[in-house]
Design a protein around this ligand. Structure first.
Ligand code: SF4
Length: 526
């Protein structure tokens, strides 16, 4: 006899009890900028929960990578322009002709701000659980706020700051007169600009709140207080943002996590919240690639098995490693085959050409063995066998975090899996001997920034082409976004080396894979 386990169903929510003490109403966002002082309380759908968080995560990942690549503030602002526009747009009131809620375009702005608000809180939930993630979240959110602050409309920025009700103490005329010489010296003002001291507004704040200004000796320090001129107000506002967020994150495990979880009913009730949050926090290792199928046409011709060897020069290190091992051993183990087959499918190899490719590559076995052991799996990857799912090429996140290779396997991301000295040898085979680049790659790898290392290698091996692109388009001469998908690496590489030759199509993917915390890649083993 079998005992039937009861099916766990989400408990019905007593909404009065659930929301007791919480003000439930759709917030109106008068400003583009947000200090995120109030948690959101309205319900959102599971899809919105996932997609909004993934979009913000992509932005934070990009910011982190830009910082790690030592971009100047100007370069960072250029590099973040497109990602922000694509994944987390946030328009100013003036851009839509008013902030009245009844204005159609203003409603769009409200939606953007709602997404910004919710996604911030979802990632707080995801990253509040470890010290390292909290620090990274704080640093990247601060940069994001700074980017938006600096690009905001003057009038709106002023209104936003006034609305925050800061407890900054203003210096009176008498105080300024009494401290005139010190203020001149402390702020680096020249004596012939002395009148400026009296015309400018000064704030008096605890020195810890403007640590960077103190560090740069841009303010006068006296009795534990910093005297900040109005010209340094952005630093003051940004420092305030950081301080408040830091405090909120510290208190998070005890208070806010409960409040935010409560603000997202059903998710915590039916156990779907935690896998999503876990998956999101893994996303800081490598951002989620948010596209579906990738098909590439090279020079308008269909791709054949015979040209793969010629294309390896455009492959990222993970795929080069698989290809080299395949050519050397005339064989690849299952996970390596799966990773490489899906990549080649994304490059544009048809199922017939893929079968030809693998048959020729496995030259130590006969036709019969190939048909029995391997044909099915290749066809399965193309959705022609078994569950007939259309498997997508694996993203860096999947490669980095799922199916980690065992000792004798060569799939996965080499920046993560290969010992550093062997990795340097691998870099040599890609033509990299520059000591600075190798040193930076070592640092990236030590800091577990694998996709940053890969992007750095891409930039170095395509420096000439990126420079040409920069001259033609006025770009930055760098990748505008980090490499987060091997097929993206290939498309960019081939396109740069053969201008006008690539036609790549992508389609938006449903975020369902993130919901379950799995990639959806699953194949029968031989
Ligand atoms: Fe491949 Fe991505 Fe690793 Fe680069 S970062 S080697 S593309 S898995």
């Amino acid at each position: 006899m079998f005992r039937q386990e009861p099916v766990k169903r989400p408990r019905a929510i007593d909404s009065k009890k659930h929301w007791a003490g919480v003000d439930i109403e759709q917030l109106f966002y008068p400003h583009r900028l947000n200090f995120y002082n109030t948690p959101p309380t309205m319900e959102i759908t599971l899809d919105e929960f996932e997609q909004w968080a993934i979009d913000r995560l992509r932005i934070l990942g990009e910011i982190e990578s830009c910082l790690y690549r030592n971009m100047t503030p100007k370069e960072l602002s250029v590099a973040m322009k497109d990602p922000l526009k694509n994944f987390l747009p946030l328009g100013a009131n003036t851009a839509v002709g008013g902030s009245k809620p009844q204005d159609g375009r203003a409603n769009k702005r409200q939606e953007e701000r709602r997404k910004d608000h919710y996604s911030h809180y979802i990632l707080r939930l995801a990253f509040a659980r470890s010290e390292d993630l909290r620090k990274r979240f704080l640093a990247t959110e601060t940069v994001l706020f700074k980017l938006r602050y600096n690009s905001d409309d003057d009038k709106e920025r002023r209104e936003f700051i006034e609305g925050l009700g800061f407890d900054w103490e203003y210096l009176s005329f008498e105080e300024k007169a009494a401290m005139r010489e010190d203020l001149l010296a402390g702020t680096g003002t020249k004596s012939n600009d002395a009148d400026a001291v009296f015309e400018a507004t000064f704030f008096k704040v605890d020195w810890e709140r403007v640590y960077d200004l103190v560090d740069q000796r841009k303010v006068l320090l006296r009795g534990g207080k910093a005297y900040v001129p109005e010209s340094q107000q952005p630093s003051l506002v940004i420092a305030e943002f950081t301080a408040r967020l830091e405090k909120a994150l510290e208190a998070y495990l005890t208070i806010s996590i409960q409040l935010t979880a409560r603000a997202l009913p059903r998710l915590d009730e039916d156990d779907r919240l935690i896998p999503i949050l876990n998956h999101l926090s893994r996303g800081f290792t490598a951002p989620e690639y948010n596209t579906g199928t990738i098909a590439t046409t090279l020079n308008g011709a269909s791709l054949t098995a015979a040209v793969i060897d010629d294309l390896v020069q455009y492959f990222p290190m993970c795929m080069r490693q698989l290809h080299t091992t395949l050519r050397r051993d005339k064989h690849l183990l299952h996970n390596g085959r799966l990773q490489y087959t899906l990549f080649l499918k994304g490059v544009g190899l048809s199922v017939d050409e893929a079968l030809t490719f693998w048959r020729k590559a496995f030259s130590r076995i006969d036709d019969d063995e190939f048909q029995k052991k391997y044909r099915y799996n290749v066809r399965h990857s193309f959705g022609l066998e078994g569950t007939r799912r259309n498997y997508k090429p694996m993203s860096c996140q999947q490669i980095l975090t799922e199916r980690r290779p065992a000792a004798n396997q060569v799939h996965g991301c080499p920046y993560r899996e290969v010992a550093i000295d062997n990795l340097v040898v691998g870099l040599g085979t890609m033509g990299i001997s520059d000591r600075d680049v190798i040193r930076h790659v070592r640092e990236d790898v030590e800091a577990k920034k694998y996709h940053v290392a890969c992007s750095r290698v891409f930039e170095h091996t395509h420096a000439k082409e990126l420079k040409r692109e920069k001259e033609a388009s006025g770009g930055s001469g760098r990748l505008t976004e980090n490499i987060i998908h091997p097929n993206e690496y290939f498309i960019r590489s081939f396109g740069l080396k053969n201008p006008g030759s690539v036609e790549a199509t992508t389609s938006a993917a449903a975020p369902a894979a993130v919901a379950s915390g799995v990639s959806g890649q699953s194949m029968e083993l031989d």
